[in-house]
Design a protein around this ligand. Structure first.
Ligand code: HEM
Length: 557
């Protein structure tokens, strides 16, 4: 019988096989070797310029300017606690289109209104993507992230977004829920009244606002305030739905090292994954319970016409025309989460910032109070129908969104294709930040840009503009990825702000002050939340009667 031929490896080492000369590999040594190889690869990738936007002018190639990255972490160390501010500083050196590498992920930062226009208008379709490395949303919503906010712009996303825009956020639906919103505003006023009657103790205004606004979004989305869904049991652990929503928001706002150094993601260096998984399990449990209950109700009522977002989504999920698109329960849950996550803090923080600015600028506060008094009088609360007559209020909200946009860098966009922007060739898969914060404080666009001057909007065409119409003012983004809930966001911000200023005076406790320092997060908030005392201005029975009348008008089951 012929002997099998020896391979080159068998003969390479005299007296034995090649690998017998190597030390026996242990798991640790394999890990170290893998780590070393990974580091080399990252070093090479960081220093290679393959994915760096470049342009050719007069036969000479030049790269998009940007700060020099470090190995492995790229420019991550330069972001600091308030990335919109540090990126604004860097853009002063490197220009309005700047390249950075965050970890190993390539980013372009647009810091002028012209650069924003290129991203959000001229190449809107190309830059409609979202990052592919997004640990928390993937764990919480599932690997395809079937949410409007996080999903890539494909047929599913277009359908989900269109359902939201043309049905849920339609004028008809907004009008339908007007009574509900007013009733929740009156509830909010009465909860502040109870504090005021106790001798005007200071309150954490943010908590009261958050609870009221969450209720508005919940009723419009799932038919009733979240507290009305009894705490549900899931096996041995009980899941509180309001807590679950807050935990989800907190998880989605966490900085994840693996999103920037994907190669390290599996190590879960920050130990966040366990937390995300628990958050995902809780959210799935509470939301699925709501979905199942509604299905049972639908079953017993025949095919009712949709009223809230859940009805609309279930109708879409059962529509045979959508059978090629996976519009399943995971999608329904993710879109509901979108509304709670994207709709609550943005409006809450905008109201808090507005009040903080007004307390620092007492003459503007007085002007707004006078307007409210003239238009509404002192015998009733402010109604949504009053809003068209409250132009200074609208100007105050615009000015607040200019100085304090909730998402100062907008959520990251991503190029779905290679494209040329301002002569630079930008490869597919490049992430993009649009620095709305710096654009909205650009001295070449705004006079005295750091001053709180609502008057600048009076008589300006920007006063009632729609998102993306003016690139100088983009708190809601622009283009196909712009905020679909902007009308509702503005409505809630205006009606709540108007009412808390009309019904109460606000005092800063002696020995404290209002600080405009910021805290970065899913929505940028005040570092030191407002802790202020309400002083009743309207007669208390006006608030109590309003609450009673509105509750009688709008019944909730
Ligand atoms: C003052 C209030 C609000 C502000 C400042 C705000 C701001 C924004 C911004 C900046 C974006 C991203 C735009 C981009 O990527 O270019 C966005 C997206 C979004 N917003 Fe809002 N928003 C507000 C209120 C709301 C409300 C009330 C809802 C829903 C109830 C909502 C739902 C969404 C959703 C679903 C998206 C994702 C859109 C997409 O990716 O296609 N927002 N919002």
């Amino acid at each position: 019988m012929a002997m099998p031929q020896e391979s080159i490896w068998d003969v390479a080492a005299p007296g034995g096989r090649f690998w017998q000369w190597l030390p026996t590999p242990t798991t640790t040594s394999i890990l170290w070797a893998a780590l070393a190889l990974g580091l080399c690869w990252l070093w090479w990738k960081n220093n290679s310029q393959n994915d760096r936007p470049r342009r050719t002018q007069g036969g000479r190639k030049s790269f998009m300017p940007g700060p020099r990255p470090l190995p492995i972490i790229g420019n991550l160390h330069q972001l600091g606690e308030l990335p919109h501010r540090t990126l604004a500083e860097l853009s002063k050196t490197h220009g309005p289109l700047m390249f950075l590498r965050l970890g190993s992920v390539p980013f372009v930062v647009a810091s002028s209104s012209q650069a924003a226009k290129l991203v959000l208008q001229t190449h809107d379709k190309t830059f409609a993507g979202r990052p592919v490395h997004w640990t928390a949303p993937k764990i919480i919503m599932g690997p395809t992230m079937p949410s409007v906010l996080f999903h890539q712009p494909d047929a599913y996303w277009r359908l989900a977004r269109q359902i939201c825009v043309s049905d849920f956020f339609s004028n008809k639906r907004m009008h339908y829920f007007q009574g509900v919103r007013m009733r929740e505003v009156s509830n909010l006023l009465v909860s502040i009244l109870n504090v005021a009657l106790e001798g005007s103790k200071p309150i954490l205004l943010r908590e009261v606002l958050q609870a009221g606004i969450l209720n508005i979004i919940a009723i419009m989305s799932v038919g009733k305030p979240l507290q009305r869904f009894l705490t549900v049991g899931s096996g041995s652990c009980d899941v509180d739905i309001v807590r679950s929503i807050f935990e989800t928001k907190a998880s989605l706002g966490l900085f994840e090292i693996g999103d920037y150094i994907p190669w390290l993601a599996w190590l879960d260096l920050q130990g966040n994954r366990k937390r995300h998984r628990q958050v995902a399990k809780n959210a799935r449990t509470v939301l699925q319970r709501i979905v199942d209950t509604r299905r049972i109700q639908h079953g017993s009522q025949g095919n009712p016409s949709p009223q809230d977002l859940l009805d609309i989504l279930l109708k879409a999920a059962g529509d045979p025309n959508n059978k090629d698109i996976q519009f399943d329960d995971a999608a329904v849950r993710a879109i509901l989460l979108d509304m709670f996550v994207a709709g609550t803090d943005t409006a809450t923080m905008t109201i808090e910032w507005a009040l903080a600015e007004l307390l620092q600028n007492r003459n503007k506060l007085q002007k707004l109070i006078t307007e409210l008094h003239e238009v509404v009088g002192s015998s009733r609360i402010v109604h949504e129908n009053d809003l068209p007559n409250l132009s200074y209020l609208r100007a105050v909200v615009n000015e607040t969104l200019r100085l304090h946009p909730s998402a100062p860098l907008l959520p990251p966009h991503r190029s779905m294709d290679a494209c040329d922007v301002d002569g630079y060739h930008i490869p597919m898969g490049t992430n993009v930040y649009v620095n709305a914060w710096t654009i909205q404080r650009d001295p070449s666009l705004w006079e005295n840009p750091l001053d709180f001057e609502p008057e600048r909007f009076l008589g300006s065409p920007m006063m009632d503009s729609i998102p993306g119409q003016y690139m100088e003012l983009i708190p809601f983004g622009g283009g196909r990825r712009s905020c679909p809930g902007w009308r509702l966001g503005l409505l809630i911000t205006q009606i709540v702000l108007a009412n808390i200023l009309h019904a109460f005076g606000w005092e800063i406790p002696i020995g404290t002050s209002v600080s405009l320092d910021e805290k970065f997060g899913i929505a940028v908030s005040m570092l030191k939340p407002l802790y202020i005392s309400p002083l009743l201005k309207l007669e208390s029975n006006i608030l109590i009667d309003a609450q009673k009348t509105l509750s009688d008008l709008v019944e909730i089951t």
